[in-house]
Design a binder for this molecule. Structure first.
Ligand code: CTP
Length: 447
């Protein structure tokens, strides 16, 4: 029996794919089709794949041409597969001419004619209306956004607004296609969604006004600093039929997500302890040190270490204690201790104190170690009593890392998903609750 293998993403399965599969099948008696998994595609820069791996596998299955479907997970897998499945012919479209000659050592390599005039990229571009995003708050943080949005399909930055019109004018001048607006109602007329990157204390008003104008909202973290405000805003978003998302970039980072999924599936046993830290030494004249603008380490950085804690242990903690060193009305260092019925978690944030910024998640079977800067994870280890069982995981963190959250925001808009599993509304609300506890100095100790 002659075995043929071929690989692809097969997003929005089209006639080009079907023709290719037919041609590949005709080369032998048994066709194996490798479908790329979502992480693998993301790692190789394909950020815009519309169908998830299960949908793509189903689509290939539905052609009736594949005798076996496998998942392609990692670079180098093709050599392993050819040997493992005892493959005679590796076939692929002519757009890959020459790229897989290295497989000649293991089997025959055939480049098949590609069907002209159709591709998944084309279909994605045709089927997608572009979401027009306007930016409110044109400072340092917002400047990363257009660069990152550029690599995500289906989004375009069209408008800028800032209470300081010089800032929005400069933004519009620096980024092509962006128009600066002085008047918010004119601004809203020209956008479908907004990205809010104003100082923390303006978020609530900016979000509410935008939701009431019927716009989807992606707001920088911390979204708001009060429990009831967070609850009210998510409710309002749902009532208005629009998406509200907190822009916590770690939550959308591929490596972090994979780590969460692995831990939730029991790879280190039951989680008993989490330690997460993050610190930055910043110029003390900045907004981050101004008590009137909600400065301080907890507000500035707290939502990052709270993320793995709330994702893994949930929102029903028993108690939380906060210990801070205060300077001129803001915390330059805060240590938090969160007690759950069967676990204890600690976190440290610092703007004026430097500490090791790693994440350690300890379980009954082993622990996860994520070195600094774990909040833009591209590498982590699972470690066990027997070090032979240890596993290292490597990923790619592209650009400023905002592309992942932008992609999820756009996907939520298209698919009418009000909540993303990567940062659930209840988790975001719980973060606001903890920030509020800090503002109220509840269970708070000065050091
Ligand atoms: N293919 C083809 N003819 C096309 C499009 C794809 O023969 N018009 C082949 C590719 O050469 C490959 C297989 O189909 O062997 C799977 O390709 P894939 O990358 O999934 O499809 P594309 O449409 O090229 O996707 P994209 O636009 O995302 O690159």
């Amino acid at each position: 029996m002659k075995k043929v293998i071929t690989y692809g993403t097969y997003d929005l399965l089209h006639q080009g794919h079907v023709n290719l599969l037919k041609r590949a099948k005709a080369l032998g008696d048994y066709l194996i089709v490798g479908v790329t998994n979502d992480n693998f595609d993301r790692d190789r820069g394909k950020l815009n794949v519309r169908n998830n791996v299960l949908e793509r596998v189903d689509a290939v299955k539905a052609t009736g041409l594949a005798d076996q479907i496998i998942i392609e997970d990692y670079v180098g897998q093709k050599i392993d597969d050819v040997q493992k499945y005892d493959v005679d012919i590796f076939a692929i479209g002519s757009d890959w001419e020459g790229k897989f000659d290295y497989l000649n050592e293991f089997c025959e390599v055939v480049y098949l004619p590609r069907t002209e005039g159709i591709s998944s990229t084309m279909l994605r571009a045709e089927s997608q209306d572009v979401v027009k995003v306007g930016i409110i708050g044109c400072g340092r943080v917002a400047r990363r956004f257009p660069f990152e949005a550029n690599v995500v399909n289906g989004v375009s930055i069209t408008a800028a607004y800032d209470s300081n019109s010089d800032a929005s004018l400069k933004f519009a001048k620096d980024f092509e296609g962006v128009v600066s607006y002085k008047d918010l109602s004119d601004f809203y007329k020209n956008v479908d969604a907004v990205y809010i990157a104003t100082p923390h204390l303006s978020h609530y008003d900016n979000i509410k006004t935008s939701l009431l104008a019927g716009k989807h909202v992606l707001c920088e973290t911390p979204m708001v600093l009060k429990f009831l405000e967070a609850k009210e805003l998510y409710k309002l978003a749902e009532k208005q039929g629009v998406i509200l998302m907190e822009a916590n970039k770690t939550a959308h980072c591929p490596a972090f997500n994979h780590l969460m999924v692995m831990i939730k599936s029991g790879l280190i046993g039951e989680v008993v302890d989490i330690e997460a830290s993050l610190s930055q030494l910043l110029d003390k004249t900045g907004r981050e040190f101004d008590p009137n603008q909600a400065g301080g380490a907890m507000f500035e950085q707290g939502s990052y270490p709270l993320l793995p804690i709330l994702k893994l242990m949930g929102i029903n903690y028993e108690s939380i204690q906060l210990f801070s060193r205060m300077e001129n009305g803001v915390d330059v260092h805060t240590k938090g201790l969160i007690k759950y019925p069967k676990a204890v978690c600690t976190f440290k944030v610092g703007l004026g104190v430097k500490t090791e910024g790693n994440l350690v998640i300890s379980g009954t079977k082993g622990y996860a170690y994520v070195p600094a800067p774990w909040w833009k994870t591209d590498y982590f280890e699972l470690r066990y009593e027997d070090s032979n069982d240890n596993k290292k995981f490597f990923y790619k963190w592209d650009g400023f890392g905002l592309r992942y959250e932008i992609q999820e925001f756009i996907s939520c808009i298209y698919n009418h998903r009000f909540s993303t599993a990567r940062l659930r509304r209840r988790e975001s609300i719980c973060m606001a609750e903890i920030m509020e506890q800090f503002s109220l100095r509840k269970n708070f100790f000065k050091i």
